[in-house]
Design a protein around this ligand. Structure first.
Ligand code: AMP
Ligand code: ZN
Length: 114
């Protein structure tokens, strides 16, 4: 989609610190990290928000979780724990309207989140 930051990163038009990439998914380092590990897991298909997923996206969305598991292992977060966060809508803090999950770890986490 034109004018979408994460589509542009997926298409190589804008640089990012790419941690993982396959046909369907990419993982990049967040430019403004909120924890020692702060990665973004991003389906390459343009889907604006969680409210725009379809039944046909089931496998794609499922693969986010297996990638999150591998990245958590690679970053030694299995024992300390980590968060996988999806902000849906501006009221929840979503600022980039291309679906993505934040993988956050490496520091203690509080609940409830802010
Ligand atoms: P959200 O607020 O949930 O939509 O998350 C968007 C995230 O994208 C924020 O944590 C930003 O710091 C991050 N971000 C914005 N621009 C870039 C970029 N060019 N490269 C990597 N991360 C970015
Ligand atoms: Zn997009």
């Amino acid at each position: 989609m034109d004018n979408c930051l994460f589509c542009k990163i997926a298409g190589g038009e804008i640089d990012a610190e790419m941690i993982y990439s396959d046909e369907q998914l990419m993982a990049i380092k967040d430019i403004n990290p909120q924890a020692p590990t702060h990665l973004l897991i991003i389906p390459k298909k343009h889907i604006s928000t969680l409210m725009n997923i379809e039944v046909s996206d089931k496998e794609l969305m499922g693969s986010v979780f297996t990638l999150a598991k591998s990245l958590a292992q690679e970053n030694d977060l299995e024992v300390s724990g980590f968060r996988l966060v999806l902000n849906c809508g501006s009221g929840a803090g979503q600022s980039v309207f291309h679906i993505h999950f934040h993988l956050l770890g490496g520091r203690p986490m509080k609940w409830p989140p802010g």
